[in-house]
Design a protein around this ligand. Sequence first.
Ligand SMILES: O=C(O)C1=C[C@@H](OP(=O)(O)O)[C@@H](O)[C@H](O)C1
Ligand SMILES: C=C(OP(=O)(O)O)C(=O)O
Length: 448
Amino acid sequence: MSTTAETVTVAPPGPWPAPMAPVPIRATVRVPGSKSQTNRALVLAALSDGPSTIVNGLDARDTRLMRDGLRALGVQIEESGDSWRITPPGAFTGGTVDCGLAGTVMRFLPPLAALADSPVAFDGDEQAYARPMGPLLDGLAALGVTVSGESLPFTVTGTSALAGGVVTIDASTSSQYVSGLLLIGARLADGLDLRHAGESLPSRPHIAMTVEMLRARGVQIDDSETDRWVVSPGPIAAADVIIEPDLSNAAPFLAAAAITGGAVTVPHWPSESNQPGMRLPHILQQFGADVTYDEDGSIIVEGTDEIDNIEIDLRDVSELTPVVAALAALAADTSHLNGVGHIRGHETDRLTAIATELESLGARVRVHHDGLVIHPRLLGGGTWHTYADHRMAHAGALLGLVVADIVLDDVACTDKTMPEFVALWEQMLADSVAASTAEISAESAELA
Ligand SMILES: O=C(O)C1=C[C@@H](OP(=O)(O)O)[C@@H](O)[C@H](O)C1
Ligand SMILES: C=C(OP(=O)(O)O)C(=O)O
């Protein structure tokens, strides 16, 4: 039997004892659709010249907030199973948008609000007030939009007739400012000539994803110069799209095979994608796992008897950091995770959260301006705080497979991008036990 997203339920709030793996993990896990693609597809559909359909869109808190936010701006969204029909309004209306803790909502919807015919008020979870917004809001102000506030909560008062032109921002704290502005670039009278001037730019594959999805809808973008994107004015064509599985959300499942000497298969692994999870096969190989693909397009990760330490720059794929850090805490020697200073502004300050939680289990961790140095030690059980961060929950669950008595203080935060996480995880364990039992029975039958 394979573990699927359709047959599962959302985890209740409260403590969750992370189950240990009684046998090597061996399962097939179908992960739901990509958060990043879904929320881009929704925004692009709202900006398009006609109705669009999204199939296999992720149904989770971040994409619910996006759908509700778009509805507040006048967009019509009809949901029928895993097929959503999005009809853009004649003009975006004013209203109130709840961003929750979703970076894609707080960074992609203010530019749309700048096109609305009346003010749009943005709010979110209290924890989201700490997430950086300044460069995006300054970029909107440079376009002639009135913005009150520098972080959540704030109000955007735009006009449906923005001129556009040259805008320079410092996107070193999030690539999402660039993506958010690019999404509306074609709708500005003179288009958009967006430049990044700052220390360094994280998550470039996510910007490439934005550019690719805009181009697929007929938008012309010149990105031949580093850190500059020139978007020509013009219509954004409606399009019907199928969303890929969320490869970053496959990370804890694939890593489960790596740390237990098992084998996990994830179907529908794309041969090409701008999702950061495309780096996972290489990362898991660096940790010592074997990676193969079958003829049906599934990836298979198999653990070996060792977990190697690694030195890695995760700047492009920083959302993988919590799971990579958990693997590093189980490795043979010290690992260096670099290029991720900006994840202090993710769902929580992830550098501090990872260091605090790993140290509480017995590891030694040094936080520096740009990342983490993780010294593995014999780990013991304890409370693993998730800080409302879905990927901290993934990391804690992963460690719990091989370290006894880890209890996650709250696993309901996985609802942010994968409400099925606990059900999929528990099914993965049940499937592994069933696979081992079947193997033992087959061996006994052969011997008899
Ligand atoms: O555009 C996107 O969909 C995302 C961009 C990245 O943000 P940062 O550039 O802030 O890291 C990534 O970490 C986040 O999970 C999703
Ligand atoms: C950083 C993340 O999310 P967000 O889209 O809220 O920035 C993440 O999912 O790891």
